[in-house]
Design a protein around this ligand. Structure first.
Ligand SMILES: *Cc1c(COP(=O)(O)O)cnc(C)c1O
Length: 247
């Protein structure tokens, strides 16, 4: 496992690349949040990431989040300033774990899950959500089907309904859209997916009225610069910070 100094260097390099991409999109570096994806790594890596200055962490499985967060908080204290993002899909039987342990949820795609999350959220503490959208249309991708949204009005209508139904639940504000680009596609194909996600978000801004406009969670190790150039406000980066996950 890599150490604090190496994470600090890698963090600085990623932040530098992010700032340059933000500048190319006409935005300040602070407009984009770096979420350090710590999935598959032990709690010790999250503690090292915190020491290296990272404050947003991403986990893709509720059970892994629920196991790791208490260990990290036992070591650093609950007020250590870490924000825990759940970036992967949640099945109904895991909704309680997600509602208890996540601070932000990036992969909402079904109303049933929204209802379960709202019901299980402790003390009505808000859980900001991104709706995950499948813009590329790949069968194996999660997210609401919107691959033909420009020509199929029902796809936009479905998204609008998903946003309103979620926002009608207590404590589940919808802040924006999340998407994943195809693996191994040429850069122009990846860019088109991000650009179309942003254009789709513009179709629903009236339902996402927070200051600064809809948030866009898009971009990972291999494509975060393209995502930022196309308007990402949150990038989810694992390997560029911590190296290859040993699976
Ligand atoms: C694993 C994962 C990431 C990070 O992937 P890297 O290629 O390691 O940057 C981002 N988003 C989601 C949803 C993931 O599951």
């Amino acid at each position: 496992m890599i150490d604090v100094d190496e994470i600090r260097e890698r963090r600085a390099a990623v932040l530098g690349r992010m700032a340059a991409a933000a500048e190319r999109s006409g935005r300040p570096a602070e407009a984009v949040t770096l979420i350090a994806v710590t999935k598959t790594w032990p709690a010790e890596l999250v503690i090292a990431a915190h020491a290296a200055g990272l404050r947003h962490v991403g986990e893709n499985r509720p059970e892994e989040l629920a196991a790791k967060r208490p260990i990290v908080e036992a070591a650093l204290g609950a007020e250590c300033g870490l924000v825990w993002h759940l970036i992967g899909p949640v099945q109904s039987r895991k909704a309680d774990l997600a509602a208890t342990h996540a601070d932000v949820f990036h992969a909402l795609e079904r109303d049933k899950i929204a209802r379960r999350l709202a019901a299980a959220r402790p003390n009505g503490r808000p859980l900001p959500c991104f709706i995950e959208v499948n813009v590329s249309g790949e069968a194996e991708k999660h997210g609401l089907a919107v691959a033909r949204w420009e020509t199929d009005a029902t796809q936009v209508a479905n998204l609008r309904k998903m946003i309103s139904d979620t926002a009608a639940q207590p404590g589940l504000p919808v802040v924006g859209l999340m998407t994943m680009a195809p693996w191994d596609a040429p850069p122009e194909v990846i860019r088109a997916v991000f650009r179309r996600t942003r254009a789709l978000a513009e179709q629903v801004t009236d339902l996402l009225p927070q200051p600064g406009g809809p948030r866009l969670s898009m971009g990972m190790t291999d494509d975060f610069e393209i995502a930022i150039e196309e308007g990402a406000t949150h990038v989810r980066v694992g390997r560029a910070l911590f190296g290859e996950r040993g699976l």
